[in-house]
Ligand binder design. Structure first.
Ligand SMILES: Cc1ncc(COP(=O)(O)O)c(C=O)c1O
Length: 371
């Protein structure tokens, strides 16, 4: 058997090393110029006037929830078919999660389900671009305007995705991106908030830095803040990554297209939803949906035996143990999400994935499904 194929792998080169080394040699490891450079380049890449880098995507989401003024008793509507951070971010502020079901095709929030979930206590919507597929921004924005709600876009998986011809981040909605090593772009750990509002940006910059005020001293704190700073080492790595963002996106697009071709004739699975005029996915992961009745555990075990890593992306958030315990959520609340959670499977996928490895994955998957 040939070597094992990981689920993900970062895409790093000598330029990244050079930029990180530059910071190490400069002695300015935090609160230095590498952060400004990273933020400026990022803002330009996504088409937003401001960007504030933070220690993680979760931190960015939490700060937007704090800035929205969420408090105990408020409800926030979000997607159950996501990574837990998109719900945790407002629970930290005392708000209650309300899960609206997703659209089976896009796997993103269904605007009609969101509308049906709005009550007089609803204060915000956290919309996720799951697996890099842009959410229904316009209908959700319209709902928010009509009901006076804050809209937060969890674009942690969607750097480079496009909605109605504009990159996610360019539409005027505050959007958070994340840079864990499995993402399109990595800083190790890290995240960034793209905003079109100068006041929000100022609040983010203060809150991430222990609530320090603009122009104030190191030990002067204007508000309750956090240490959600990124450092210059990570920001430099982020700049190296951003410099090759278009190459990264193109390579991932090509790898996804290759999987599409390899899996086209395979019975028993559905490929990820194709792009259309309004939605262009940024390829974060390659997730197939297995036919109902397939024994997913058998597929996972067989691929694992052949050295091929897979993952059960994604469990429904409302069925996580702490959610059941805290809010009493149970099966049946979001049937579409729950069904997807049973059937979706992430295949090995990363920027420099080898075409031959993809062939091996596709062949193993086809044989297992046929067996
Ligand atoms: C949809 C979504 N939201 C939020 C996050 C949180 O980002 P981080 O891991 O940087 O805190 C992630 C990252 O895994 C994510 O995929």
């Amino acid at each position: 058997m040939s070597g094992s194929i990981p689920l993900s792998s970062p895409y790093l080169d000598e330029r990244d090393e050079e930029l990180v080394l530059e910071v190490l040699r400069s002695g300015r490891l935090s609160l230095g110029p590498a952060i400004d450079r990273f933020e400026e380049l990022f803002a330009e890449k996504v088409g937003a006037p401001y960007a504030a880098a933070v220690s993680s995507g979760t931190a960015g989401l939490h700060l937007l929830c704090a800035i929205a003024g969420l408090e105990e008793g408020d409800e926030v509507i979000t997607s159950p078919y996501s990574f837990v951070a998109s719900a945790n971010c407002f629970i930290y502020e005392g708000a209650t999660p309300v899960f609206a079901d997703v659209d089976e095709r896009t796997m993103n929030l269904d605007p009609a389900a969101v509308e049906a979930a709005i009550t007089e206590r609803t204060k915000a919507i956290v919309a996720v671009d799951i697996f890099g597929y842009p959410c229904e921004l316009d209908p959700l924005r319209e709902l928010c305007e009509r009901h006076g709600l804050v809209l937060i876009q969890d674009a942690c998986e969607a750097l480079g995705a496009e909605y109605k011809g504009g990159r996610v981040g360019s539409h005027g909605v505050d959007a958070v991106f994340a840079f864990y090593p499995n993402k399109q772009l990595t800083t190790g750990e890290g995240g960034i908030v793209a905003t079109h509002d100068e006041e929000t940006w100022r609040a983010l910059v203060s809150l991430r830095n222990q609530g320090r005020a603009d122009g104030g001293g190191w030990l002067e704190h204007a508000r309750l803040g956090y240490n959600y700073r990124i450092d210059d080492i990570r920001a430099a790595l982020g700049t190296g990554q951003l410099e090759k963002l278009e190459t990264i996106l193109a390579l991932r697009q090509a790898a996804a297209a290759r999987y599409g071709e390899l899996l086209a004739g395979v019975d028993g699975l559905e490929a990820p939803l194709a792009d259309d005029a309004d939605h262009v996915r940024s390829w974060f992961v390659y997730v197939v949906t297995l036919a109902r009745g397939t024994d997913r555990e058998r597929v996972i075990a067989e691929l694992e035996r052949q050295g091929i890593a897979t993952s059960r992306y994604l469990p429904s958030i409302h069925l996580q143990a702490y959610m059941r315990e805290r809010y009493g959520f149970s099966e049946g609340l979001c049937p579409v999400s729950e069904d997807l959670s049973q059937r979706t499977l992430a295949l090995p996928f990363f920027t420099a994935i080898d075409a031959e490895d993809q062939e091996r994955v596709a062949e193993a998957l086809a044989a297992t499904l046929a067996g």
